[in-house]
Design a protein around this ligand. Structure first.
Ligand code: SF4
Length: 314
């Protein structure tokens, strides 16, 4: 049996009552939908460093040039303890294929965490959770997201696609990387990259064409480039452009009516009349009638389990 995909997650998001008021913040999507396809390793950094449940709230406070985490009155400072624990979990997270953080938390928030002024009279929303920062700093290409942002259909799809792509990459590395395997991997991800970032699509191709580059250096540059490209939002325009390229592979085999239907569905998707799943389903249908080995291997057509229904909403 294949090893399941492992994702790190803030413990309160999977229903553990570890928050300051002994509640949880269960994410339906994480538990009931994505949870069917991955296994989670949950961490509550505040409990892990010895804070009780329930506990007084803590916040990020700016003191001169430093951001400290403590109770609002400045007592019970835990900045260092959270950072140290973050460094330990960051090592474990090297094996993960993604991480989901609980938004806004001074420990777990990925971005836009509230940072209070020392006198408590003002705040900015530009902090990063002290624990989360360590995970992301040590694992810069690990797909990371927050529970709140995952309610957005596009961000949700983007995160899950990155997780599955990264997981495929980790398996490739584990099997021993060669230039040939690298080329094969890239050929499978060509249209996925095209739907996110056309410039990266071209530059990744050029990178793999460098005959004198050491394979490990090439692999490192490739996966950094790929994961960076996949973070770029895939718009309707870019998807429609990618669909047109796919259509080009078998359009000569289609009769005029089939060709016209596909053109119309791609156009309807481009203008927002139908979701992405509509032209994609038609392309997959035609691919069954007119098989094409190259297209069948494209991750773009099957980036993650169909049951997640991530291409139905946009
Ligand atoms: S946000 Fe992080 S620190 Fe706070 S309860 Fe959830 S897991 Fe624990």
């Amino acid at each position: 049996m294949a090893t399941p995909i492992t994702i790190g997650i803030s413990a309160c998001l999977v229903g553990q009552n570890v928050r300051y008021d002994a509640s949880s913040k269960t994410s339906h999507f994480c538990v009931k939908e994505l949870g069917e396809h991955v296994q989670y390793r949950s961490f509550c950094p505040e409990v892990a460093i010895g804070l009780p449940v329930p506990r007084p709230t803590i916040r990020q406070i700016k003191k001169q040039d430093m951001i400290l985490v403590s109770r609002p009155d400045g007592s019970g400072e835990v900045t260092e303890a959270l950072a140290e624990y973050g460094k330990r979990v960051a090592k474990i997270a090297e094996k993960f294929s993604g991480y989901i953080f609980c938004a806004k938390s001074p420990s777990c928030g990925m971005e836009r965490v509230k940072v209070y002024s020392e006198d408590g009279k003002g705040s900015t929303s530009d902090g990063i959770g002290v624990f989360a920062e360590q995970i992301m700093k040590a694992n810069p290409i690990l797909p990371c997201e927050e529970n709140g942002r995952l309610n957005d259909q596009v961000i949700r799809e983007n995160f899950v696609a990155r997780v599955f792509a990264y997981r495929n990459w980790q398996q490739l590395v584990a099997s021993g990387i060669t230039k040939h395997k690298l080329m094969t991997f890239h050929s499978q991800y060509k249209y996925t990259v095209m739907s996110h970032d056309l410039v990266a699509y071209k530059s990744l191709g050029r990178l793999l064409a460098q005959a004198n580059l050491d394979v490990n250096d090439m692999a490192e540059q490739y996966i950094t480039g790929l994961m960076t490209a996949l973070k770029v939002k895939a718009t309707r325009k870019k998807h429609a452009n990618t669909l047109q390229h796919l259509q080009g592979y078998f359009s000569r085999q289609l009769n005029p009516m089939q060709r016209q239907e596909l053109v119309e569905q791609i156009s309807a998707y481009r203008t927002g009349l139908v979701p992405l799943v509509v032209p994609l389903t038609l392309i997959k249908h035609y691919l069954m009638t007119f098989p094409n080995k190259y297209l069948n291997r494209q991750s773009y057509l099957n980036p993650y389990p169909e049951e997640l229904k991530l291409r139905y909403g946009y």
